[in-house]
Ligand binder design. Sequence first.
Ligand code: ADP
Ligand code: MG
Length: 238
Amino acid sequence: MAPLTIQQATKSFGEVQVLHGIDISIDDGEFVVLVGPSGCGKSTLLRLIAGLEDISTGSILIDGRDISRSHPKDRDIAMVFQSYALYPHMTVAENMGFSLRMRGATMDEQHRKVHEAAGILDLEPLLDRYPRQLSGGQRQRVAMGRAIVRDPKVFLFDEPLSNLDAKLRVQMRAEIRSLHKSLETTIVYVTHDQIEAMTMADKIVVMRGGYVEQIGSPMAVYDAPANVFVAGFIGSPA
Ligand code: ADP
Ligand code: MG
């Protein structure tokens, strides 16, 4: 786990600026939820943090170290996406071990980390199955397993539950919360679902049009929205 600081981060695609002077401080082990309407820049911000897009100006620090120009592999960050494509021809264990193998881990180390993560996620009975033999929720857990095995300092989630049905979504929310507790990890979690934000977050960041509108605890944002936009957004049905 690690503190994560985003300082005056901007991002432009060609002439179009999609992120404007983003300042966010995230404490060690904090669960931060980014919310805001579609197109406001949530995914782009996560991709900057992960290094999947280059930052235009500003910086991103983990544990005080500026990682904003480091290679994604050197950032100690793992990202879980909405479309968590698993490798269809690999078993659950192989899917989970793959990134370790690519990083040159020994077979022993791969085995140990995969089993450790499988224990946390209740995936042990499924390690020899193939993705097509899994339910949607189980696949989502394998996607999280792939991130956990790398033991990252920071986890990024981009709307990980939006492809799941309502019942499973409620269950997975609880699982991700308990994962956060057991790993004591720092999490930045993107959703457009206000209920998800209110129930999961230590801290909520409300974005609009590439700007941060408000940062606060769920209660603070709920009780004292900073402006009409935040009030309307938080108050609207998911
Ligand atoms: P959100 O995740 O909040 O829905 P995004 O971060 O995906 O929003 O997108 C923010 C804005 O940046 C949108 O206007 C989107 O069209 C634009 N954008 C995202 N990625 C690119 C890209 N690779 N090239 C050009 N524009 C992009
Ligand atoms: Mg997005």
